[in-house]
Design a protein around this ligand. Structure first.
Ligand SMILES: [Ca+2]
Ligand SMILES: [Ca+2]
Length: 290
């Protein structure tokens, strides 16, 4: 059973006992734990503004984009999450062989360390050392997918065009390269910056780790998208059809905060595994049948 996307018809069959449990859960702040990494947040259908007229060239121009409803991971995928997937890979691996989708080791970075030891030591840290292919395989295994660049940006900036997920004022609400954020030169457990959540309640969209998106990178993608939008907003765009790099978004623990804005775009070869790139999940919301 998919716990993230319950059958909508079941909403009409909530029993009194279920409601009681719900109230108790809310009272206990049951779902607010940073370990609650499998939550998805529903982003309602509608138009948002993509891009910026005042920042980098590849973010220009601002233009309207329409997205159908979708879910996005409230948190970056953690070591503990990914470990479950990796354990499954072991089962199909010959003795002496490295399982498919094994994260990269960072022996020289003691605050991250080697896989799989770091999954036990830092279960709530975002998984790093995973390629785009690893991230995509994990998402498929979970019955989900990576967010498109448009989905990522809408979830980060909301409908009021925030520069940072929390608003337009520069605040230390993200794990960046700054020394005053409480996590100097290291990853933070996911959800460590509740004040940094986006309008929709999505955590760590600025900093901690960059996040792989589904899209290929093109520096003229926003321009092309805006040209099409003069007639009507593009709907559920999926980016360029070909490319060399995959888009990563949100900045990381090694970046200055300017690179962690909601519109900043960056890219990486999809096979690269680094200590500063992870990912989060997405899923198309089911339409309610009438
Ligand atoms: Ca930091
Ligand atoms: Ca992030």
């Amino acid at each position: 059973m998919n716990i993230f996307c319950p059958n909508r018809s079941s909403h009409f069959h909530i029993t009194v006992r279920g409601l009681l449990l719900l109230f108790i859960s809310i009272g206990m702040n049951f779902r607010a734990s940073a370990q609650d990494t499998e939550d998805l947040i529903l982003i309602s259908a509608g138009t948002f503004t993509m891009g910026s007229d005042t920042r980098a060239a590849d973010e220009k121009p601002m233009h309207k984009v329409y997205l159908n409803a979708y879910y996005i991971g409230k948190y970056e995928v953690t070591n503990a999450d990914y470990y479950e997937f990796w354990e499954q890979q072991i089962k199909t691996t010959s003795p002496g062989q490295t399982p498919q989708h094994t994260p990269e080791n960072f022996t020289h970075l003691s605050q991250i360390g080697d896989w799989p030891a770091r999954a036990k030591q830092f279960p709530n840290h975002p998984v790093v050392g995973v390629s785009w292919h690893d991230a995509n395989a994990y998402a498929t295994w979970k019955g989900m997918r990576l967010p498109t660049e448009a989905e990522w940006e809408k979830a980060a900036r909301g409908y009021t065009n925030r520069t940072w997920p929390w608003g337009n004022a520069l605040e230390p609400y993200a794990n960046t390269a700054a020394e005053d954020d409480g996590y100097e030169n290291c990853l933070a457990p996911v959800g460590s910056f509740p004040k940094g959540k986006s309008y929709y309640g999505v955590m760590d969209m600025a900093g901690n780790v960059w996040e792989w998106t589904a899209d290929w990178y093109s520096d003229v993608y926003y321009w092309h998208s805006s040209q099409a939008a003069t007639k009507r907003p593009k709907q559920d765009p999926t980016g360029p059809t070909v490319g060399s790099w995959r888009v990563i978004r949100g900045g990381s623990w090694i970046d200055v905060i300017a690179r962690c804005s909601t519109t900043f775009r960056f890219y990486l070869y999809p096979s690269l595994k680094t200590s500063f790139v992870g990912f989060r999940l997405a899923k198309t919301a089911e339409k309610i049948s009438k």
